[in-house]
Every structure is written in C-alpha cells, then in structure tokens.
Design a protein around this ligand. Structure first.
Ligand code: T5A
Length: 215
C-alpha cells in the first residue's frame, strides 16, 4: 500500500485507565506496518513547552486552579502543541495519533467541572478553526473498571489532580463522551474497552477501517 499524500488526525479518548496510551502504541504500529508515516503524541503536552503546561495543570502546585483557569491552560497547551507538532506533521503528510484532544475538554471541563460548553466551543474555534480529528476512538468502560486499572498501575495515591476526583465526576465525563459519540457517529467510534486487550485491538482495526477507509 502506498502512503497517502495528506496526513490524517486520529485521536483517542476515554476516562482514566481506559487503555488510551496502550492503544495509541498499537495504532501507530499498525499504521507504520502499512507504510504510513505516523507520529504519536498526547494532550495536555506533546512538545517540551506544552509538557510544562501539563505539569502545571495536572499538579497544581498547591495553588487554586479554577475550572476556568484549567480550561484556559488546556487550550494554551493545545495551541502550542498544534503550532509546533500537530499542524507541521499533518502538513508533511504524517498521520498523527493523539492521546486526547478537545473532546477531553468537552467531557472533563464542561461535563465534569461545569464550564460553559458554548465558551469551550468558542475557544476551540479560536485555537483550531478548521481542524477536527478525522477519526476518534472512544475507549468506553465502566468507571470502576477504569479507576481500578489506574490504581493497579500507579498504586493507591492519586497521580494528579484528576485522579483524585470522585467516581461521580468520572460518571459525568463518561456520559458526556458517549453523548458526543451519539452526536457524531461518523467521527467517533465507540470501543468496548472493558474487554481483554486482544479484543480491544480487533475492535480498533474495524473502527479505523470504517472511519478512514483503511483496507
Ligand atoms: N484532561 C486532558 C482534561 O481534563 N482536559 C483536557 O482537555 C485534556 C487534554 C491527563 C488528564 O488530563 C485531563 C484528563 C486526564 O485526567 P493522562 O495521564 O494523559 O492525564 O490521562 P489518563 O487517562 O490519566 O491516562 P491513563 O494512563 O490513566 O489511562 P490510559 O492511557 O487510558 O490507560 P493505559 O493505556 O495507561 O492503561 C492503564 C492500565 O490498564 C492496562 C494497561 O496495561 C495499564 O496498566 N490495560 C488493560 N488491562 C486489561 N484490559 C485491557 N483491555 C487493558 N488496556 C489497558
């Protein structure tokens, strides 16, 4: 198969412990095996400067970070990431596999924290006016399963400000993601992430083929 001339933008979404990082590696490997130049990245972060913003927003440093500040920091990191990594890679014809993007802000800051949805859409419009993921893989699983996986990996102490949130918070986030998927069924493919990894990977193959016309 020949590599396509234009890059594609694939994002992975889901609650904590859904398996996004694990699946991102799998997707990048499968694309590379097809002769497609693929790069893997994540949000918040993805470039040295954006990773510094990530540290601020995830750690907080003991200072108050309101939901509005948190939202602005997510978009600041995203703007740096887009200018320095995502857009240049897409322009070179690479496929970008990104662990979280603006759907995470819709789910975590709007549904989770109660930030205005309309304002988030205005920020999205300002930061990436013409860019939407070509395909989003939403790894869906019960909150308890996701949190148990995160805890098993990281131990009992929460790794960051989000992992310290309540199960109710993550239920709102999960419901918001599923609602986004209902509204944009072509772009957002829901994957049953509670299944064993081999089954999840099979679903990913089908979803990518459906979304991106991969044979
Ligand atoms: N955030 C981010 C916002 O609030 N707004 C935004 O706009 C953005 C961009 C980022 C935080 O920032 C928030 C959301 C997040 O809270 P993060 O570290 O990038 O934090 O995201 P997390 O979701 O916390 O990352 P995790 O590493 O916890 O989750 P993953 O990547 O979904 O899961 P993964 O792949 O690391 O897997 C977790 C464990 O489960 C196992 C893995 O081996 C691993 O041990 N696993 C499975 N086990 C059994 N069956 C399977 N199918 C499995 N798949 C993976």
């Amino acid at each position: 198969m020949t590599a396509p001339s234009a890059g594609r933008f694939i994002t992975l979404e889901g609650i904590e412990g859904a398996g996004k990082s694990t699946v991102a590696h799998h997707v990048a490997k499968r694309l590379t095996a097809r002769g497609i130049r693929a790069c893997m990245t994540r949000e918040p972060g993805g470039t040295p400067l954006a990773e510094r913003v990530r540290a601020i927003v995830l750690e907080g440093g003991g200072e108050l970070l309101t939901p509005v500040t948190e939202t602005l920091l997510m978009f600041a990191a995203r703007s740096i990431h887009l200018d320095n990594l995502i857009r240049p890679a897409l322009a070179r014809g690479e496929w970008v596999v990104c662990d979280r993007f603006t759907d995470a802000t819709r789910a975590y800051q709007a549904a989770g924290r109660g930030v205005s949805r309309a304002w988030i859409e205005e920020l999205a419009q300002a930061v990436h006016p013409q860019l939407r993921p070509d395909c989003t893989l939403l790894l869906d699983l019960p909150v308890a399963t996701g949190l148990a996986r995160s805890k098993k990996r990281a131990g009992n102490a929460p790794d960051d400000r989000f992992e310290a949130e309540s199960a109710q918070f993550f239920e709102r986030v999960r419901a918001a993601y599923l609602d986004l998927a209902r509204r944009e069924p072509q772009r957002i493919q829901v994957i049953d992430a509670a299944q064993p990894l081999a089954q999840v990977e099979l679903q990913i193959e089908t979803a990518l083929a459906a979304c991106l016309d991969l044979k």
